[in-house]
Design a protein around this ligand. Structure first.
Ligand SMILES: Cc1ncc(COP(=O)(O)O)c(C=O)c1O
Length: 1008
């Protein structure tokens, strides 16, 4: 074979046959050093043919071949390319090119799968399996060595200080970052040199990792390309594996943890190695950006070089922001070590010594505690409006103190709290919004000016005014050295004067006064208390230290900030345990109705609502796009208050006169057409429809109902009988004799589409009427929602409803509009859904939104219908129309008005719908976007309009992973419903769109 540098696929095929007697088709692959060809044979054995450049170092190739053979021989669990030998049983073949250069050829087996860079999303499980595979490889290579592994090599992190000579290639701000890592590396060299060494892969980058082909939960199968293998510190391999796989993440440290965990699982890492990991990751990135800068200098017009260096710089800059100590402690926890190397020493020391709270507060009346619960599920703290009212808060504390006069009110260690409502407590992590909620100290509730004294000797390391809302105000931090370790104690929320009177370095003796408690606002705007926290490290903080942590990092912070109750040893301070989700699920399964369902593959426990958010027991916030019951926002204060106030006075039935029932009737009548001016109050949507059915039967003297396919109207006997969604669904027995279904008037995937759909569907209603008449009976009623919700947010075609109404009325039936989902301003353009269609029903049923979560519902009807229904039989409803429910419902309706929420539903709904439509252009999986106001639906289909239920389910679950709740409906389970509380803002809509856009690009959503 005579050729100088470039080989055609034909030449590759010839070489293959000549050397290996294998016939195959060659496909060119990119290769930095070798010329690589993928070979496909008829027997489906795939290979990779590697043709070296002229005069390649044979020892270097021999190193790689021997390494692969070593793996094949020693480690069954590892998938790696296998070496195929030539005719002469050699693993490296030699040929000469036209310039008489020796060219080496190797043949390896091909590993099927896809490259890491092609996988979306790359989640924790995948990163764990990456770490696991790399760890397995390192383990297998423990017994392998080769002379070439000990070569001089720029990509060996241990040799990375060569990068210092190229600092001049960078801007000043970049130089600062690079230099800080280089200096840190240099400083650590004496310890670093002593770390375990071995031959490692040393290059697990995006294009060297093969991942399995499953679209959900794929795993790393193998590492390929062993050209960078080298004998070096093993931690360098962990670092390299992290350095690439943490790119493109908001929180690279979080992304690194699962890799480290996986690596540790198959190759246990040592504590002394983890100390260097943060900086080794940085140094790999330093090498990478320096290499790019050198190449860029050589080839200034090569755009590819610019593109490839960008993610490395992005992650390097983020990495630089992360405290190296915090990263170190996080890695330790990922590997099952205590977060801080001295945590255990502290625990043992605390166990041996006794401290009294009266040492800390000489004013304390005793050393006993009363535990105060400020957790997210605490009913004591009440509503956000209440806990933010500091006078009220203080009043409640005083009452508590009076009740527990001989006790110190305290608590809060690791408590998930909802009270940190300032945005300074939020960030966007790798999976959406995250809030700091986990309280790291103990709060002691004493009055302002209470003196705080030292429990042990210490040195002042912070004495400042940490000014600002929800900050510490007067803050003192002391450093303590005991036995052979040190720790810190933090005293927050003091008067500024008492905190600032210390100088850094001042020595405080046990019993000395440290500070005096401050009052709001100078103490950071809290009711007076001391935040007392223990820290094993100051991390990089000097004038502040987090007192509240992200839930995701709980395990690290817990080790870093030990429980202050280790000092006081009070049982009372141990927070009460609530049930775990597993316990709740087990009990539910045994003792709650078996047909109750749970949302999501991993169910969530919700304990608090606030506006458009729900919070779980860890105070993690979820954006709620599902709950049209919490109409004016979860736990709207005025609505809550209206209920609480009336409950304190009276709740009884409607047989007594009461203003509330009349007031609610007036509020509702104001919103309805004049014809609909009689009300009955009930307790649920089902009850409302149940009553409507009875009214229709009495009014018409008939029993036959005309209903839409896939309609749902409630859970009672009669309601199920008119709900095709139920009787045609699982466990159903089809339509009863007196129920007549017409096809769902869906213009997107229904029986009739395109032109004349309204007429065609109206004809189907007429067909039902004719059918009833053919049985010598007549129509009792026609019932439909203005937008069919369970049917998949199906909007009725224009003109359909008026046509159907006149047909039904002509036949003597009444027209019922089920507004249980659509009513009370949600439609935006109109207050009620039927108003979109220019019709006036005879009966309107109202449910979900009316009580904002409280069970109250109503039936509005005409005088004629009401008169007919009042045939002598009393309608008594024990709870319907009770003063509490009526107070709540009236407040809901007033809130819609005063906060102009119908207008908000219109504006935000139209914005969202328009943006969703734009999204559907980009992602054809979105076949249809429909609905009105804040009652929208997105239908997922393939090119032939087949429903994509699995993709819809995936999307909803992935949105939940990002803290956004969405529900699915429609007969084919392929419609995502969007029906949030109507306080949903444009910002909320933008957040929803952002994550929809993100998840729509994921592999499972694009492969169908
Ligand atoms: C359109 C419609 N009508 C009636 C009901 C029944 O209401 P409830 O669950 O309050 O009994 C529902 C409930 O989802 C509904 O969606």
């Amino acid at each position: 074979m005579k050729k100088s540098t470039i080989y055609s696929t034909q030449e590759a095929e010839d070489i293959l046959f000549q050397l290996y007697n294998i016939k195959g088709k060659a496909f060119e692959l990119p290769g930095e050093i070798d010329f690589n060809f993928r070979i496909k044979t008829e027997s489906h054995d795939d290979y990779i043919l590697k043709i070296s450049r002229p005069n390649e170092n044979k020892n270097y190739l021999d190193f790689q071949q021997q390494l692969l053979q070593h793996i094949e021989k020693n480690e069954e669990k590892i998938v790696a390319p296998k070496v195929i030998k030539n005719f002469d049983n050699e693993s490296i073949s030699s040929i000469t090119d036209d310039a008489e250069n020796i060219i080496f050829v190797r043949l390896l087996t091909w590993i099927p799968g896809r490259l890491w860079s092609q996988v979306n999303p790359q989640l924790d499980n995948l990163r764990f399996s990456l770490g696991e595979q790399c760890g397995l490889l390192t383990n297998a290579l423990q017994t392998f060595d080769h002379k070439e592994a000990h070569r001089k090599f720029a990509w060996d992190t241990a040799q990375s200080l060569w990068t210092k000579e190229h600092l001049h290639l960078f801007e000043v701000d970049e130089q600062i970052i690079l230099l800080s890592f280089q200096q840190e590396f240099e400083l650590s060299l004496s310890d670093y040199d002593k770390l375990r060494k071995g031959v490692v892969h040393n290059d697990a980058n995006d294009n060297n990792i093969v991942v399995s082909t499953e679209l959900i939960n794929p795993k790393v199968k193998a590492c390929i390309d062993y050209g960078d293998a080298v004998y070096t510190q093993i931690i360098n391999d962990v670092a390299i594996t992290c350095a690439y796989a943490i790119m493109h993440h908001n929180d690279p440290l979080d992304a690194a943890l699962s890799i480290v965990k996986g690596y540790h699982e198959s190759f246990p890492l040592l504590e002394e190695e983890l100390k260097h990991l943060y900086n080794c990751i940085a140094m790999r990135l330093v090498i990478s950006v320096t290499k790019s800068a050198i190449n860029k200098f050589k080839e200034p017009n090569n755009e590819y070089l610019l593109i490839s260096e960008k993610p490395a710089w992005e992650v390097l800059k983020k990495w630089h922001q992360i405290s190296s100590d915090f990263a170190h402690y996080s890695f330790r926890v990922a590997c099952g070590f205590p977060a801080h190397p001295d945590t255990e020493k502290f625990n043992n020391w605390a166990l041996k010594n006794i401290f009294k709270v009266s040492d800390l507060f000489p004013n304390a009346s005793s050393d006993d505690f009363h535990h105060i619960d400020l957790s997210v599920s605490s009913t004591w703290i009440g509503h956000e409006k209440e806990f933010n009212d500091l006078d009220l808060f203080q009043f409640k504390i005083d009452r508590l103190q009076t009740k527990h006069a001989n006790k110190v009110i305290a608590g809060g260690y690791l408590e998930p709290r909802p009270i940190y409502t300032s945005t300074a407590y939020d960030k966007v992590g790798n999976n959406g919004r995250e809030s700091r909620t986990i309280h790291l100290g103990i709060d002691f509730w004493f009055h302002a000016n209470t003196p705080v004294h030292a429990l042990f000797d210490g040195e002042v390391v912070t004495a400042c005014n940490d000014a600002g809302d929800k900050e510490y105000g007067g803050l003192v931090i002391l450093k303590h050295c005991v036995e052979n370790f040190e720790f810190f104690t933090l005293y927050g929320h003091n008067t500024v004067e008492s905190a600032k009177k210390h100088q850094l370095g001042d020595i405080i003796k046990k019993g000395d006064k440290i500070a005096e408690l401050g009052n709001y606002p100078e103490n950071g705007n809290w009711a007076p208390h001391l935040h007392f926290q223990i820290m094993m490290s100051m991390l990089d903080y000097e004038v502040d230290f987090p007192g509240v942590a992200y839930f995701k990092q709980l395990n690290v912070w817990e080790g870093l900030c030990p429980d202050p109750n280790l000092l006081f040893k009070s049982d009372a301070l141990k927070s009460s345990n609530t049930s775990t989700n597993d316990e709740l699920i087990t009990y539910r399964k045994q003792h709650l109705g078996k047909s109750l369902s749970l949302q999501y593959k991993t169910p969530i426990k919700m304990v608090r609502g606030a506006g458009v958010y729900l919070m779980d027991q860890f105070a993690q916030k979820y954006l709620d796009t599902v709950n049209n019951v919490a109409h004016v926002g979860h736990e709207h204060f005025r609505v809550v208050k209206a209920g609480q106030d009336q409950m304190a006075l009276l709740n009884t039935n409607s047989r007594y006169l009461h203003d509330n029932i009349n007031a609610l009737a007036k509020e509702l009548i104001e919103t309805l057409p004049p014809e609909l001016n009689v009300l009955h109050f009930v307790n649920s949507g089902s009850e409302a429809n149940e009553l409507a059915i009875r009214m229709a039967k009495v009014y018409s003297g008939e029993k036959d109902f005309i209903v839409s396919e896939f309609g749902y109207h409630g859970n009672t006997n009669l309601c199920v009988d008119i709900s095709s969604y139920k009787f045609d669904g699982k466990g159903g027995k089809g339509a009863p004799e007196y129920t007549h279904i017409f096809p769902i008037p869906n213009t997107f995937r229904g029986k009739y589409r395109g032109e004349n759909t309204a007429d065609n569907y109206a004809k189907e209603v007429q067909h039902c009427i004719d059918n009833i008449k053919s049985k010598k009976r007549n129509v009792a009623a026609f019932i439909i929602e203005p937008i069919i919700s369970c049917g998949g947010q199906v909007e009725l075609p224009e003109g359909f409803l008026s046509k159907a109404y006149s047909m039904v009325r002509k036949a003597g039936g009444v027209c019922i509009s089920d507004e249980v989902q659509t009513g009370c301003g949600r439609m935006g353009k109109t207050f009620w859904g039927f108003q979109l269609h220019d019709v006036v029903p005879d009966i309107v049923t109202i449910g979900k939104p009316l009580g904002n979560g409280h069970p109250v519902a109503a039936v509005a009807c005409t005088q004629k219908v009401a008169d007919a229904f009042a045939n002598g039989m009393e309608y008594f409803n024990t709870f319907g129309g009770n003063p509490v429910s009526c107070a709540i419902a009236s407040e809901v309706l007033r809130t819609v008005k005063t906060e102009q929420l119908q207008q908000n539903a219109l504006e935000v709904g139209e914005f969202l719908k328009a943006e969703l439509k734009k999204l559907s252009k980009k992602f054809p999986i979105i076949g249809d976007v429909r609905g009105q106001g804040l009652f929208l639906g997105i239908e997922l289909v393939d090119d032939s309009l087949n429903p994509l239920a699995s993709q819809t389910d995936y999307l909803s679950n992935r949105m939940k992973d990002h803290g956004i709740l969405m529900s699915i409906d429609g007969p084919d389970h392929n419609v995502l419903k969007i029906k949030p509380p109507i306080v949903f803002s444009k910002e909320n809509a933008k957040e929803l769109l952002f994550y929809l856009r993100k998840i729509l690009t994921e592999d499972f959503m694009t492969t169908y």
